[in-house]
Design a binder for this molecule. Structure first.
Ligand SMILES: NC(=O)c1ccc[n+]([C@@H]2O[C@H](COP(=O)([O-])OP(=O)(O)OC[C@H]3O[C@@H](n4cnc5c(N)ncnc54)[C@H](OP(=O)(O)O)[C@@H]3O)[C@@H](O)[C@H]2O)c1
Length: 237
């Protein structure tokens, strides 16, 4: 069955790879990111929407417009997010707020807006890209982990709320994935193939979740590279 699927973070990494796979299987994708200049998707079934998800005040109106224009949306893949790591006292108040707003609050706003129309359908899916940081606090990860823990608690509670209406909720928690996510960080996965997950592995996992028969829910999936090795860079940008 061809579906209409909303993907946040569709311009890069996991979201872009997922968008490409969904389009190759004939689905319609509405993609959200700040911009799509760097990517050529060139498929008539792709609708890009440029939106800064950290600007919360603008989101209710923008999300209502997307829902009005696409009442057929039957799944959300929530990939948009950024990493920022460091000792808590090195964060500005604004950086704390922006990271929570982007990684967590924007998706809470989006699901709040989308949920009534999903509940009208027989079956629908909400898939959140969490992180291994949603499972355990880590060094220099106070705000990033908090944002991903928030997303995980949100997803767990939504699962109970949506089940009666056929809304399935899945959380996917990857370890280090080789994507542009690390471009502005002071570390990245080690260089060996076994030190990272590929974006296409996560995309493949997302597609498998969508293809599961509608009566079965995959609550949560954790993915890890075979061997975790962190390579330090000189300085975080
Ligand atoms: N890479 C990893 O090791 C890893 C591991 C675990 C979990 N994750 C999670 O996976 C998700 C995807 O990350 P990725 O690795 O694919 O990173 P990525 O390649 O950097 O992609 C991040 C996506 O989020 C979008 N985004 C960032 N800031 C935004 C904003 N303010 N408004 C709207 N969109 C915004 C980006 O688009 P624009 O820049 O065009 O706005 C891009 O499409 C994130 O939630 C991340 O926390 C990543």
């Amino acid at each position: 069955m061809k579906r209409s699927i909303l993907v946040t973070g569709a311009s890069s990494g996991i979201g872009l790879e997922t968008t490409r796979k969904l389009l190759s299987e004939g689905h319609h994708v509405i993609g959200i990111a700040r911009g799509f200049d760097r990517v050529k998707i060139g498929n008539p079934n792709f609708n890009p929407v440029s939106l800064d998800l950290s600007q919360l005040a603008t989101l209710p109106q923008a999300f209502s417009k997307i829902c009005r224009e696409h009442p057929e949306i039957s799944a959300l893949i929530a990939c948009a997010g950024q990493g920022r790591f460091g000792m808590l006292e090195t964060f500005s108040f604004e950086q704390i707020k922006n990271l929570m707003d982007l990684n967590f609050m924007s998706h809470a706003y989006l699901v709040k807006t989308l949920m009534p129309q999903l509940k009208q359908l027989e079956h629908s899916d909400l898939i959140f890209i969490g992180s291994e940081a949603a499972l355990e606090g880590g060094q220099q990860g106070t705000i990033y982990c908090a944002s991903k823990f928030a997303l995980r608690g949100f997803a767990q509670s939504l699962r109970k709320e949506g089940a009666k209406s056929g809304v399935r909720v899945t959380m996917i928690n990857p370890g280090m994935v080789k994507t542009p996510f690390f471009e502005r960080l002071h570390f990245k996965p080690g260089p060996a193939d076994e030190n990272y997950i590929e974006a296409r592995d996560v995309a493949q996992t997302i597609l498998s979740v969508l293809k599961m028969r509608p009566e079965t829910v995959i609550d949560e999936i954790n993915l890890s590279p075979l061997k975790k090795v962190i390579a330090r860079k000189t300085k975080e940008k």
